[in-house]
Design a protein around this ligand. Structure first.
Ligand code: CP
Length: 318
């Protein structure tokens, strides 16, 4: 297979290949000249039907550092607003000779549809689809955990036995789902913490410990990593919790909870953050926070994914 659509079907050796290739990419980014010739002559299209800051700019930076030509397409201001379908948009990309399509779409399954449709020959990379998956976010999160927890000894390592507590709006979170599948494949123990209204449907059948109390999770699971997730108000069409103050008091990583974490525990957030709601500024800006490292590592991980999928030199997924 030539696409990166999810982490649920990503095998452990495939995931480790991406993470180890990202280590190689990160090493090249320490050089004075950061650009590699690897994808010279290839065209990568960033096809974004939803807003993005981090994912879009890091895919753009990654493709450019591999010398690909990059076309940025945003649904806003395009013929999508005149009713053009995904099929017609895809065929337009085929006509201009896209080799890779990075797609973010509000509909779960849109990247998979694009990859299996036969409308385009390009490799498809899922940059977040609905509430389904955001595979490169999970890969950059795992990359960040490995580097912070194992340092120089990261290469080739899985995350066996690591305790990861993921907290927040899990119901609407493609980041939570992609992390769960990838972290489980890499051997980590995952706990989901949220009020019952924000637990994903079906999570009791997944390989995850489900809790409602963040204090209980900190006490019982002794996390190596606490990953805070954004409250996605734009996807909420009902009241999922009484009010923001109550949410912050019960499920926010505030200064008191920050002090109760194991000393070595990492604080992660995929961004964008709601400071004062799911995370305090003291936690977000603390030495243990990896928020900006996650963004920087995203470039290396996306370079690895683009290289492995588009260079034709290695197969990454089947
Ligand atoms: N983490 C993430 O996907 O951020 P953006 O929505 O800014 O891309």
């Amino acid at each position: 297979m030539r696409h990166l659509l999810d982490t649920r079907t990503l095998a452990k050796d495939e995931a480790l290949l991406i993470l180890d290739t990202a280590e190689d990419m990160a090493a090249t980014q320490q050089r004075e000249v950061k650009k590699l010739p690897t994808l010279r002559g290839k065209t990568v299209v960033n096809l974004f039907y939803e807003d993005s800051t981090r994912t879009r700019i890091s895919f753009e930076a990654a493709a450019k550092r591999l010398s690909a030509d990059v076309i940025n397409f945003s649904a806003k201001g395009s013929s999508v607003s005149k009713g053009e379908s995904l099929k017609d948009t895809a065929q337009t990309l085929q006509a201009i000779g896209a080799d890779g399509v990075v797609i973010r779409h509000p509909a779960s399954g849109a990247p998979s549809r694009l990859a299996s449709s036969g409308w385009i020959d390009a490799g498809v990379l899922n940059a977040g689809d609905g509430t389904h998956e955001h595979p490169t976010q999970a890969l950059l999160d795992a990359f960040t955990m490995r580097r912070r927890l194992f340092g120089e000894a990261s290469r080739g390592r899985d995350l066996n036995g690591i305790s990861v507590v993921i907290v927040g709006d899990l119901a609407h979170s493609r980041v939570a789902r992609s992390n769960l599948w990838l972290l489980t494949t890499l051997g980590a123990n995952v706990t989901f913490v949220a009020p019952e209204t924000l637990q994903p449907y079906g999570s009791r059948e997944w390989p995850v410990t489900v809790r409602h109390s963040l204090d209980e999770a900190i006490r019982e699971d002794q996390p190596d990593v606490v990953m805070m997730l954004r409250i996605q108000s734009e996807r909420m069409h009902a009241a999922y919790f009484p009010n923001e103050r109550e949410y912050a008091r019960n499920w926010g990583l505030d200064d008191v909870r920050l002090g109760s974490l194991p000393e070595h525990a990492l604080i992660m957030h995929p961004g964008p953050m709601n400071r004062g709601l799911e995370i305090s500024s003291a936690a977000a800006d603390s030495e243990r926070s990896t928020v900006l490292e996650q963004v920087a590592n995203g470039v290396s991980v996306r370079m690895a994914a683009l290289y492995l999928l588009l260079s034709g030199e290695k197969e990454v997924a089947s």
